[in-house]
Write a protein that binds this ligand. Structure first.
Ligand SMILES: Nc1ncnc2c1ncn2[C@@H]1O[C@H](COP(=O)(O)OP(=O)(O)O)[C@@H](O)[C@H]1O
Ligand SMILES: [Mg+2]
Length: 142
């Protein structure tokens, strides 16, 4: 799907999360792949918008993980993780990954899932972002 401009990217993410089913066996996990600057954080901001989050969603590059409380949504929390700075999966296990991924009330969005590949459940919904400037490509893999 070709997306032109920021607003189109937000709209695409709002639509994506509106149609995303809640997983009942554990957290719903969405992984966002793509180069630096491809739009992973922007897409997450659109997801947050779609979930009624009003506070500013900024990149968790340095804090690794941010948790947002949700009201009247399919999930109770949006958990935004940026694994860019993680060197291996054990570092995220220390941050409590196993607990958050177990809980169906969590929607977890992960940037740079390749850094923690062994922790990503097979059921994860995969989104790939490509492109620069005003023209981006958003691809979904079930
Ligand atoms: N569809 C788009 N159209 C125009 N600019 C975009 C689009 N998506 C992202 N951007 C811009 O590209 C830059 C990098 O986006 P970001 O989401 O931070 O990338 P990533 O998290 O993948 O590194 C930001 O300045 C953002 O505003
Ligand atoms: Mg980012």
């Amino acid at each position: 799907m070709e997306v032109r401009g920021l607003e189109a990217m937000y709209a695409e993410a709002v639509h994506f999360v509106a149609t995303l089913a809640r997983n009942e066996d554990g957290a719903t996990v969405v992984v966002l792949s793509g180069d630096l600057g491809a739009g992973k954080t922007t897409f997450t901001q659109g997801i947050a918008r779609g979930l009624g989050i009003e506070e500013n969603v900024t990149s968790p590059t340095f804090v690794l993980e941010k948790i947002y409380e949700l009201e009247h949504q399919k999930w109770l929390h949006l958990i935004h993780i940026d694994a860019y700075r993680l060197k291996d999966a054990r570092e995220l296990e220390v941050l409590g990954w196993n607990e958050i991924v177990f809980d169906p009330s969590n929607l977890i969005v992960v940037e740079w899932p390749e850094h923690i590949a062994t922790l990503i459940p097979a059921r994860a919904i995969r989104v790939t972002l490509e492109g620069v400037g005003d023209s981006r490509e958003v691809k979904l893999y079930g």
